[in-house]
Design a protein around this ligand. Structure first.
Ligand SMILES: Nc1ncnc2c1ncn2[C@@H]1O[C@H](COP(=O)(O)OP(=O)(O)OP(=O)(O)O)[C@@H](O)[C@H]1O
Ligand SMILES: [Mg+2]
Length: 483
């Protein structure tokens, strides 16, 4: 509702002055008329009294008329002023009342000074309102953008007090619960290089990038920090500095993985290729000399190495397909049938195999699950001494998930290798593994296949206590049946 302000003081002042002026003027006029009539000797006493009465009554009536006109005039004069005061008061308030201050709104529509003043005020209010709304919207948008950024952001003023920071910064530098008004930059960020970059931005207006290493949750994180001065638009005066903390740990890790991968692949290719070249050279020399005796044996070795290269290429191709999000061919998989297929591929007469089937079937990509079991079984056959046991079990977890467990009573794996064991090319004993035909891809394939099924693979093992690999296939939504 519109608030109406009536300028009572101005109204009283104006009306009071009008009444006083009129009263004085009429009294003076009455006094002189009275004297004039008294000096007229031709008037009888009765006529004189009558003329006194006429003077008094007419002056009183004229006075009443003037006061009434003054009252109306005073009102007309002060009402627009009251409206302008109400409007000006409204301008100071935010958010603005929607009804007020449309650019066209004009209450006092009689052309004149009030009209001009009111029109100017309306325009001023309208512009102010538009600017305030735009500024407030921009501020909200900016805050939303800064909060949604994955990078941490901290801006400080010239006295090094925080101007703003986003939730990521608060988490990274543990600012939660600190009174941000009292705090200064050096209490938030302690790294001398970052502090120096802020100083240079604040006092020399320089933008720059620095590196920062932070220990978070017992792991070192690498950051690239970009610091830039905040300048006033009209005179370019620096009033603060803002820094964006970009976490490049994953990028660095990915880069390292790529470098390691290229190195490992080259290394894995080089060994069989060197062997192939050596045996082919020897075989050629023998053939040139007319000696064919060892040729078959050499060719066998060459073929073995070519098989090894092919297996490596196949594994890498598989890994890349799974990593690039290859669609799974899910169907109901019969656990007994699948296990028998794998046993046919990885037959070992030197180990004692045990089976248990608590799950008959579950939904998964049969080919990929065969790959998982084949790799785990192959490892057990490879790394567990002859005569020992290997258990293959299909179980149901209390939550209803399907578990594939491959357990052995072999040498076991020390804890320090557990975390890296599922990385590409990671082997505990490189030379022994290579001797046995391993390239270190098997377990990383297992991990990626499990991930693509939305599941996990874990290891329970310690030296001398055997190893147990547990693959956990999550329940698919359509497999969950209400009780
Ligand atoms: N059951 C196990 N017992 C003891 N060590 C194991 C067992 N399974 C795997 N390992 C160790 O883990 C390492 C990594 O296994 P992974 O299957 O990834 O590679 P690999 O067997 O060497 O080569 P690939 O499987 O590619 O032919 C192996 O080199 C081996 O040292
Ligand atoms: Mg293996």
């Amino acid at each position: 509702m519109k608030k109406v302000i009536f300028p009572t003081r101005l109204f009283r002042w104006f009306l009071g002055k009008q009444i006083l002026t009129t009263a004085i003027s009429f009294s003076v006029a009455g006094f002189f008329l009275w004297i004039w009539f008294d000096t007229q000797s031709n008037l009888s006493r009765q006529n004189l009294e009558q003329s006194h009465l006429v003077i008094f009554t007419s002056l009183l009536m004229a006075f009443m008329i003037v006061v009434t006109i003054s009252f109306v005039m005073a009102r007309r004069l002060v009402i627009p002023l009251g409206r302008l005061i109400a409007k000006t008061v409204q301008l100071r308030k935010y958010p603005f009342d929607d009804e007020v201050l449309s650019e066209k709104e004009l209450a006092f529509d009689e052309p004149g000074e009030w009209y001009d003043l009111e029109r100017a005020l309306n325009k001023l209010g309208y512009d102010l309102r538009q600017k305030t709304i735009r500024l407030s919207r921009e501020k909200t948008e900016l805050r939303a953008i800064i909060s949604a950024m994955s990078e941490a952001v901290l801006a400080v003023d010239i006295h090094r007090h925080p101007l703003f920071y986003n939730p990521q910064f608060a988490v990274l530098f543990n600012v939660e619960g600190t009174d941000s008004d009292d705090i200064v930059l050096s209490e938030l960020v302690r790294d001398p290089f970052v502090l120096k970059a802020y100083e240079q931005s604040l006092f020399q207006g320089i933008s720059q990038k620095v590196k920062l290493d932070l220990e978070l949750n017992e792991a070192v994180h690498h950051f690239e920090v970009s610091v830039a001065p905040l300048k006033k638009k009209h005179n370019q005066e620096v009033y603060g500095a803002v820094a964006v903390f970009h976490d490049v740990t994953d990028m660095k890790k990915a880069e390292q993985i790529r470098i390691d991968f290229v190195g490992n692949v080259s290394h894995e290719l080089r060994t069989p290729l060197t062997s192939i070249k050596g045996y082919l050279q020897t075989a050629r020399m023998d053939i040139e000399k007319g000696q064919h005796g060892d040729a078959v044996e050499f060719l066998n070795i060459v073929e073995k190495n070519v098989d090894r290269l092919k297996a490596l290429a196949d594994d890498l191709l598989d890994l890349s397909r799974i990593e690039s999000g290859e669609e799974l061919k899910r169907k109901m998989v019969n656990t007994r049938e699948l296990t028998e297929n794998v046993i046919d591929m990885v037959r070992s007469k030197e180990h004692v195999l045990h089976f248990s089937y608590q799950v008959d079937q579950f939904e998964a990509d049969q080919f990929r699950v065969e790959q998982v079991l084949r790799n785990l079984l192959q490892n057990a056959v490879r790394y567990v001494p002859k005569g020992k046991n290997i258990w293959i079990g299909w179980e149901k977890s209390p939550e209803g998930q399907t578990l594939l467990k491959v357990k052995d009573d072999g040498p076991g794996i020390p804890k320090k290798h557990h975390e890296r064991l599922f990385e590409r090319f990671y082997r505990i004993d490189e030379s022994r593994s290579r001797e046995l035909g391993g390239t270190g891809i098997g377990l990383s394939l297992v991990k990626h296949i499990m991930n693509s099924h939305g599941g996990t693979v874990s290891l329970v093992s310690a030296p001398g206590e055997g190893s147990e690999f547990i693959c956990n296939f999550p329940i698919k939504v359509n497999e969950i049946k209400s009780p």
